[in-house]
Design a protein around this ligand. Structure first.
Ligand SMILES: [Zn+2]
Length: 316
């Protein structure tokens, strides 16, 4: 009997991705990991170190590190938006995940700079050729050198078109990691700052509000200099150019290979769990604060609304 890999077991695997749940050993790259049930019926995700303790195995993996880091549970995240977007969020109970190719940044999902593409192609062509010349034990490709060259080029071309396709199947929801409010973010993410709203959540609230969905990855974006580095084959949505570093972005990513969406995909969210605090912009007038209060009341959202801390008055 094969045991089912359900949402519960996938969630467990997700939450214990990096180390053995019995001894705490951190997994090494390409080490075999084992998910299954112990004698007492509890789930466990183990390395070879402890795998003999499993009574039943659900799935084995070859471990690979995540392309992103995870923030501490209480890490504060912000999302700045116009009032209309806020209404849309609380009335639909959904977070909007934008299709990756609909962002302004043309480097979403990019592997590198076009001027460096020949280096990338050469590296992977050699890699694929080597894989064909040294197949895993028990597999015999029986290809001539010439055939291997042709086949490798085909695989590389497939990789490239797959990469372009992935951008339309990747949906992203962005947050700003910051202990404090950011004036730059108010300006950047609201069209009309005096009617802007910021919601504050935490890393853990975001995860829980999305029903701990194991198909949604939540992590920090890496900022790299594309002049001398590439994003990995499957990791490109976790890399942005250095010039975006001020965004200190934490993003939630969902891949949907089944259905097509024109602009993005709304994903159900528990608003009460998601929102820790609501802020109105530092330039907001009192009437706006009242409108926001009344609006959230209509949606039975019991949250305190804060006037931006930046509005505090100085003395000289
Ligand atoms: Zn172990």
């Amino acid at each position: 009997m094969t045991l089912k890999h359900t949402i519960k077991t996938r969630r467990f695997l997700n939450e214990n991705h990096d180390s053995c749940t019995i001894c705490g050993n951190e997994f090494k790259e390409s080490e075999t990991t084992h998910l299954g049930y112990l004698e007492n019926g509890e789930l466990a995700y183990l390395g070879d170190c402890c795998s003999s303790k499993l009574k039943e195995t659900i799935i084995r993996h070859s471990f690979s590190k995540r392309p992103y880091t995870i923030a501490d549970k209480d890490t504060i995240l912000w999302r700045f938006m116009d009032f209309t977007k806020f209404i849309s969020l609380i009335s639909s109970n959904s977070l909007f995940f934008t299709r990756a190719d609909k962002f302004e940044d043309p480097f979403e999902g990019a592997k590198g700079l076009k001027k460096n593409k020949n280096k990338w192609d050469k590296h992977y062509l050699e890699f694929i050729e080597q894989a064909h010349k040294n197949p895993p034990e028990g597999i015999d490709f029986k290809l001539t050198d010439k055939q291997i060259k042709i086949e490798s080029k085909r695989v590389l071309a497939e990789m490239e078109s797959g990469g372009i396709e992935d951008i339309k199947k990747t949906f992203i929801n962005c947050w700003h990691e910051n202990e404090f409010e950011s004036e730059a973010m108010w300006k950047l993410y609201t069209n009309n700052m005096s009617e802007g709203i910021a919601i504050q959540t935490t890393y853990d609230r975001l995860y829980r509000s999305l029903n701990k969905n194991p198909s949604i990855d939540i992590g920090r974006v890496n900022y790299i200099d594309f002049n001398n580095s590439f994003a990995g084959v499957n990791d490109s949505f976790w890399y942005k150019r250095k010039s975006f570093e001020h965004e200190k972005e934490v993003r939630a990513i969902y891949f949907d290979f089944k259905k097509e969406y024109d602009f993005g995909k709304p994903i159900k969210v528990n608003i009460n769990t998601l929102i820790q605090k609501i802020y109105v912009s530092p330039t907001a007038q009192n009437w706006f604060l009242e409108v926001v209060k009344e609006t959230i009341g209509k949606y039975n959202l019991k949250k305190k609304i804060y006037q931006s801390n930046m509005k505090a008055e100085p003395f000289h």
